[in-house]
Design a protein around this ligand. Structure first.
Ligand code: FO1
Length: 337
């Protein structure tokens, strides 16, 4: 611990706060956390299994969502990409879609890259091409946006979320494997799936294990447990590190009243054999986490959560304003300490 200045000139011990993060939910939570403590105390370990390569560009959606949100530059309606974005490059790409041979993957215009957002992917791709690691490039991009929080990709190695189609559908016959972005963006997560796997996770070297060992508080953000947090947990040593620190690990349920606030977490829970409720979230997190924070709408399930071996804290978790995000972050910090 280091002595750090805080508040009105008083000194207090600086904290080390680790946050396991996916995309939009984690980004909004981190924005609240920055309001309730010093940005320099926070390290977010971010999912990279959604990463993809399109047009030859390395795209890290969750890292970019967290970066742009903390920089107050995120598009507030979409929750991804930059505000005041323009789409000239995407529109120009349309010309080539018409001439693309049937089996070609060129000009994938189902994934929208805004003109300004493209600069981030140009920079990341060029630096990786020069031999920089993803964590170096992520720090450089975070510095360029002046976000203060330390962002660490979950690994410098390639891990990819692959989903299996449960039924014949527009994406292919039952049993076909598709990438996460094909599932999420191209098919608008409207197809049912029977399996998720994290290609490369078994041999990937996780980053941030020493932070998990030393952190004063470890918070699992309100991200999808099955496709945002599970890839981190799939790497060797991560669950073991969390189990050792279980008393300091707090999670926030991304499921409220049986539904996901954003994305397909509720449907994925059901399709993959879990209960789409805070109790299902508790079952997933109980081995690694001592406290689950749930929304007031689920208060009646608090004893069922506790029956899974976790402390249950009930509060408002719907981060509709920065003040609510800040209050939620304060509650999480109190629970972890
Ligand atoms: N999400 C969409 O629903 N449609 C898009 O076209 C899209 C483009 C996109 C571009 C850059 C980026 O960083 C994120 C983007 N996302 C898009 C969001 C993203 O793919 C998902 O929200 C995450 O992967 C899920 O966490």
């Amino acid at each position: 611990l280091a002595l750090g200045a805080h508040g009105s000139g008083s000194l207090r011990l600086a904290l080390v706060i680790a946050v396991l993060a996916g995309g939009v939910g984690a980004a909004r939570f981190l924005r609240g956390l920055v309001r309730s403590t010093q940005a320099s105390e926070i390290t977010a370990i971010v999912n990279t299994a959604d990463d993809t390569v399109l047009h030859g560009l390395n795209i890290s959606p969750d890292i970019d969502t967290v970066t742009y949100t903390l920089a107050n530059a995120i598009d507030p309606v979409r929750g991804w990409g930059l505000e005041n974005e323009t789409w000239t490059a995407m529109e120009a790409l349309g010309r080539y879609v018409a001439v693309r041979p049937p089996l070609s993957g060129a000009a994938p215009n189902w994934f929208n890259l805004g003109d300004k957002d493209l600069a981030t992917h140009f920079y990341r791709t060029a630096r990786l091409g020069e031999g920089a690691t993803l964590d170096q490039v992520t720090s450089e991009i975070a510095s360029a946006w002046d976000i203060g929080v330390r962002l660490v990709p979950m690994t410098n190695d390639r891990v990819r979320t692959i989903v299996t189609l449960a039924q014949d559908c527009s994406a292919g016959p039952a049993g076909t494997e598709i990438s996460f972005q094909e599932y999420f963006v191209q098919h608008r997560h409207a197809v049912s799936i029977s399996k998720v796997r994290f290609e490369g996770a078994e041999s990937a070297r996780p980053l941030g294990l020493e932070i998990l060992r030393d952190a004063d508080a470890i918070i699992i953000a309100p991200s999808n447990p099955l496709v945002s947090i599970a890839p981190l947990r799939a790497m060797a040593g991560v669950d073991e590190a969390l189990i050792k620190r279980r008393n300091s690990v707090v999670a926030i349920s991304p499921i409220v009243a049986g539904a996901a606030l954003k994305g397909p977490a509720d449907r994925l829970m059901t399709e993959l054999g879990h209960d789409a409720s805070v109790v299902g979230v508790a079952r997933l997190y109980s081995p690694i986490c001592s406290t689950l924070i749930i929304d007031a709408a689920d208060e009646h399930l608090a004893s069922a959560v506790e029956a899974e071996g976790m402390r249950c804290v009930v509060t408002n978790t719907i981060m509709s304003t920065p003040e609510i995000s800040e209050q939620l972050a304060k509650t999480a910090l109190e629970c972890a300490s």
